[in-house]
Design a protein around this ligand. Structure first.
Ligand SMILES: Nc1ncnc2c1ncn2[C@@H]1O[C@H](COP(=O)(O)OP(=O)(O)O)[C@@H](O)[C@H]1O
Ligand SMILES: [Mg+2]
Length: 284
């Protein structure tokens, strides 16, 4: 599904509130992997709630495959859109409300597609295998009794159950250890056909696997940069208030100091391996 924001703005109801999102236009094609970044309060969560058709823009519009969110809302057809989009909210434990973890997992499918329990079980087996979670255990445990890492896995697994065309992750790595982060990256990479929109402060983690970086500041879109341009233009990121990944800052320092590298490294591991090789050549 193609997503488009056309001059979308959003203001919360309270009198005197500023625009949370202001005049944002962007297009996200099916299958793109996108990072949305920016300081706290810059409107990231509000923007993705509009892209998930949870809220309607105060002004402007959101288009889902060229159909206006306003028109869909009037026709009471927003559910058709929502079931094609999976969302992992910033605090996944706040989205749980079922008695068992399994019911939580099955909820979106039962809700959107009806209670075909055989189909749900088949899908659950597939997804839980990926996440290395035990279905019998989930049938007997309350989602609130899981560890925080498991809660997050369950929320992500639940979002993936209906095989969404679009997956939206709001700060998915906050509080995750390195291993869990790597697992999440692998999972995102494996979703080849799906659009994935990741809200994060942590460009370090996601830069190697995304196509494009969108930056917000005070509700406005200030940056929309394809990944291949990022390494040459981290100054622009900085001027937009977006903190570049350390690995790129290091390479920018090196360039300024006259150190030449044959290629750009998006991951620290690769850069360090290259430096080790260079050092051994000097010593040898
Ligand atoms: N439910 C709400 N009611 C009123 N204001 C809100 C609400 N949620 C967010 N805001 C305000 O909207 C702006 C953007 O918030 P948000 O979209 O949550 O930003 P981010 O996700 O980038 O931290 C902030 O100024 C925030 O205080
Ligand atoms: Mg947020």
């Amino acid at each position: 599904m193609r997503l488009e924001a056309t001059h979308a703005s959003y203001r919360y109801e309270l009198p005197g509130d500023e625009w949370a999102v202001r005049d944002v236009s962007l297009v996200i094609e099916q299958g793109e992997k996108i990072v949305i970044t920016g300081p706290a309060g810059s409107g990231k969560t509000t923007l993705i709630e509009m892209l998930d058709a949870l809220i309607l823009p105060t002004e402007g519009d959101i288009l889902f495959d060229d159909t206006s969110a306003r028109r869909l809302a009037k026709a009471k057809r927003l559910t058709e859109i929502r079931r094609r989009i999976g969302v992992l909210f910033q605090f996944p434990e706040h989205q749980f409300f079922q008695d068992t973890a399994y019911d939580e997992l099955a909820f979106a499918m039962r809700n959107f597609f009806g209670p075909d329990e055989e189909l749900i079980a088949a899908r659950a087996a597939l997804i839980l295998d990926k996440f290395q979670m035990d279905v019998q255990r989930l049938k007997h445990v309350s989602p609130f009794r899981l560890s925080s890492g498991e809660k997050r896995k369950l929320a992500l697994a639940s979002a993936l159950m209906p095989a969404p065309e679009v997956l939206i992750l709001d700060e998915p790595t906050a509080g995750m250890d390195a291993l869990a982060r790597r697992e999440l990256l692998r999972l995102v990479e494996s979703l080849r056909d799906a659009t994935v929109i990741i809200v994060t402060h942590n460009l370090e983690d996601f830069l190697p696997i995304v196509d494009r970086i969108i930056g917000l500041a005070a509700g406005e879109k200030v940056l929309d940069m394809p990944r291949p341009l990022v390494p040459q233009d981290i100054e622009r990121m900085i001027s937009c208030g977006v903190k570049p990944p350390l690995v790129l800052e290091v390479q920018a320092w090196m360039r300024r100091e006259g150190v030449r590298l044959d290629r750009v490294y998006n991951e620290m591991e690769g850069l360090i391996a290259e430096l080790k090789k260079a050092a051994s050549r000097v010593v040898g």
